[in-house]
Design a protein around this ligand. Structure first.
Ligand code: F6R
Length: 609
């Protein structure tokens, strides 16, 4: 999704902006641009395409040294990808970059057109620039112009702004979309995303909703909603530029798959005390868990799939009725809440607009909320009543792997904590669950990664196909959903997940000679039934890859290929199956020559509804 970077200081701004833009690439974008303040005014260079195209333009027409600039990667919403629709947008003295959507831009545009203003692009952002420029021309003061202009806008925005008559000054404001300020050795920065700042500094400040900022080479000032100025309360991040680099792997996705064992350990071990589940470091005690009578998990995409696995864990281990809802649907038909309902929102980025809107809906409905979030200090983490961070580190590949993996691991620990708090399990049983997730699961992931050659071999078959089915029962159906999403988003193969027993009610008509079916069977009690479904599709010509427990009988006779999963604990079996489907997707997409870390049309942090 769109990305913002800005800088003002004693350094050369343009190389810093292009560096920041190249870090932001992972978010997904289709055009790119920058505007730099020079002795002769603001120079804007922008184009459809990737950073390479922008750099060619800059080489052909270099911007002489500039100390102040803003840049943007655009993921098209209003108007297709084009040079003209790319940001920054300039109107009069105002130049701005924008993340988010101005929902009332049509009304604002009509008003302005009636006064003779003309527009060159199809974007809502150019309208925002025109509204702001009108105010700036009227009042001459940037702070009050920005306040008045944004008060006329509905929707979401993070703006980075230059005014042609304000040397060395960058302005910023946010509402609904994130913005972070940073303090470096040679100046001050602005970005939509912490990772874009890591090459320059680790001192940062997250702008709060409605705050406005003014950066100069000598300092940063934050203006609260009532325009009271203050110096930002800088924090230091432990993230490093290296943690956001590939570190020798061909793709971030592969690196992130390999980081999963460590990410799981980092995410769950702070929630263990004396071998027992314990969330006291997150401000959550046994009394809190005891009061939970039912859970609504709300999230998007893979995070929602983590919720599907969460249903099984929370219902089986903690006996708490649970639903997992698609966040974008939650507001239209929320499940009925009762006394004791807890809403858990899950988000890797902490900024997903649909999830945030659902969280706000739940808050307005007076429901207690708990966020499971990876990116610290993000809007979702801040707005939820309680938060549990997954410590997966920066996730750069658009397709989530370690983010999802750590979400499931934390849900596992929550299920154990609730079960223990309610007295459903004793210390020994709780310790066994804890060991499963803190020790067996990370080991199972590492062990599965020893089988990459075998998985690559199976992927050769998948890579030639246009349709693949995933089937499973119970938790394995939830995992099938994630396996199918992973495969389709990065390899562009049409992949669908079905509850294994459901195929024969219609979809089995699509099975023909050599159709790949990936069957997941990690639950001993369900093995025989899933195996019957495997035989049904195989006898109709399907090529079946069966992921099953290492003690499963007759697997080789039922399927064309078998991937054996460890059985020392349920967590080990579950996480080994996850790793296998992730690697199958990765290898298949590699064989098809896909842009794995930046699949077409997708964005990392989806900050529009
Ligand atoms: C799929 C994927 C997406 C995200 C979804 C939610 O690989 O990454 O489906 O899971 O967009 O994103 P977050 O977790 O950032 O809220």
């Amino acid at each position: 999704m769109c990305g913002i970077i800005g800088y003002t200081g004693i350094g050369n701004a343009v190389p810093k902006i292009t560096k920041g833009l190249s870090v932001l690439e992972y978010r997904g974008y289709d055009s790119v641009g920058l505007a730099a303040k020079t002795d002769t005014g603001i120079k804007t260079v922008k184009c459809k395409g990737r950073i390479g195209a922008l750099e060619e333009k800059l080489e052909a027409s270099p911007i002489k040294e500039s100390g102040t600039a803003i840049g943007h990667t655009r993921w098209a919403t209003h108007g297709g990808p084009s040079d003209t629709n790319a940001h920054p947008h300039s109107v009069g003295k105002t130049v701005l970059v924008h993340n988010g959507i101005i929902e009332n831009y049509r009304e604002l545009k009509s008003e302005l057109e009636a006064t003779g203003v003309t527009f060159v692009s199809e974007t809502d952002t150019e309208v925002a620039a025109a509204v702001l420029n009108g105010e700036y021309e009227r009042v001459g003061d940037p702070i009050s112009a920005i306040r008045t202009a944004t008060s006329r806008m509905t929707g979401s925005y993070a703006f980075g702004i230059l005014f042609s008559d304000k040397d060395g000054e960058v302005f910023a404001i946010r509402s609904g979309s994130p913005l972070i300020l940073a303090k470096g050795a040679d100046g001050y920065y602005l970005a939509s995303d912490m990772t874009a700042l890591l090459p320059f500094t680790n001192e940062y400040y997250c702008l709060v909703e409605g705050e406005l900022a003014r950066l100069t080479p000598n300092g940063a000032t934050v203006y609260s909603a009532d325009n009271t100025p203050s110096e930002p309360a800088w924090s230091v991040t432990s993230m490093t530029a290296e943690s956001a680099q590939k570190g020798g792997y061909p793709h971030f996705m592969l690196k992130e798959i390999y980081e999963q064992p460590e990410a799981v350990v980092k995410s769950v071990s702070p929630r263990v005390k004396k071998g027992q589940p314990d969330f006291s470091a997150d401000g959550i005690d046994a009394e809190f868990w005891k009061k939970v009578k039912n859970i609504q998990i709300v999230a998007c995409g893979s995070a929602m799939h983590a919720g599907l696995v969460g249903i099984r864990l929370l219902e089986d281990i903690a006996k708490v009725p649970t639903v997992s809802c698609i966040a974008s649907e939650y507001r239209y038909h929320p499940p009925i809440a009762t006394d004791g309902t807890l809403v858990i929102v899950i988000s890797q980025s902490g900024e997903t607009a649909d999830t945030l809107a659902a969280l706000r809906y739940a808050t307005d409905a007076g429901l207690p909320t708990l966020a499971i979030v990876n990116a610290v200090e993000t809007t979702i983490a801040r707005e939820a009543d309680k938060r549990i961070y997954t410590y997966a580190g920066p996730e750069i590949a658009v397709a989530t792997t370690k983010g999802y993996c750590t979400q499931v691991s934390v849900l596992y620990m929550i299920a154990a904590a609730i079960s223990k708090a309610k007295g459903l399990i004793d210390d020994t049983e709780a310790a066994a669950l804890v060991k499963g997730i803190t020790e067996d699961a990370p080991k199972a992931i590492s062990d599965m990664l020893e089988n990459v050659e075998m998985l690559r071999g199976l992927s050769e078959r998948l890579a030639k196909k246009e349709h693949v089915f995933f089937i499973g029962r119970g938790t394995d159906y939830a995992m099938s959903e994630e396996g199918a999403l992973k495969l389709k988003e990065i390899s562009y193969i049409h992949a669908e997940a079905y509850a294994a027993g459901e195929l024969k009610h219609g979809t089995i008509s699509l099975i023909e000679e050599d159709t790949p079916v990936i069957a997941i069977s990690t639950e001993e009690a369900l093995y025989d039934k899933t195996e019957s479904n495997v035989r049904e599709v195989r006898s109709r010509g399907a090529y079946v890859i069966l992921l099953c427990r290492e003690d499963a009988k007759n697997a080789e006779a039922s399927a064309d290929a078998v991937i054996r999963l460890p059985v020392n604990s349920a967590a080990a079996t579950l996480f080994a199956s996850l790793t296998a489907v992730q690697v199958l997707a990765y290898e298949t997409a590699t064989l098809r020559g896909c842009d794995i870390d930046r699949p077409r049309n997708l964005a990392k942090s989806v900050t529009v509804e």
